[in-house]
Design a binder for this molecule. Structure first.
Ligand SMILES: [Zn+2]
Ligand SMILES: [Zn+2]
Length: 156
């Protein structure tokens, strides 16, 4: 079966419905599976990576992400590993008046990197806004666990 790549709007709509039905989604794998189920309800079939779903979910403003960090010290670049937005340095002034960088944080999501705690491991997604219903939203939705293959990023 041929898969199409869904555009951002379609993915946002699917995330909206998923978050409407689920106040909290407890892992990236679960979010990805719910969104994929939603996208593939019709005849047209879509394929999308977990990472892209996470980015769109956070950037859409529909969800708040809670990040569980792994005990891992990896270098953090200029792009947020969680949502793909800009990373900004957090600096402090030392007693001698020197500006020292004490960590890094994301300009959009709650990602915060400090020594020894800068690698996102697990995500929880919580519905952010209760927007007015658009049309009728189906309330029943069955989560098919492991219905789709996931990435190495995803916890089980
Ligand atoms: Zn971020
Ligand atoms: Zn995955």
């Amino acid at each position: 079966m041929a898969f199409n790549i869904p555009d951002d709007e379609r993915v946002k709509d699917a995330i909206f419905i998923v978050m409407y039905n689920n106040h909290t989604v407890r892992s990236q794998r679960e979010l990805a599976n719910l969104v994929r189920n939603e996208l593939n309800k019709g005849l047209e079939k879509f394929n999308i990576s977990c990472e892209r779903i996470r980015h769109i979910a956070i950037n859409s403003g529909l969800v708040r992400v809670i990040i569980d960090y792994r005990d891992l010290n990896t270098a953090v670049g200029n792009v947020c590993p969680v949502c793909g937005n800009d990373i900004i340095p957090i600096s402090n002034c030392s007693l001698s008046g020197e500006v020292i960088e004490i960590g890094k944080k994301c300009s959009v999501c709650p990602f915060l990197a400090s020594a020894g705690k800068n690698s996102p491991g697990r995500y929880i997604f919580v519905r952010k806004r209760r927007k007015s219903k658009k049309g009728s939203v189906e309330v029943s939705q069955q989560l098919k666990r492991d219905a789709y293959s996931c990435c190495k990023d995803c916890d089980g």
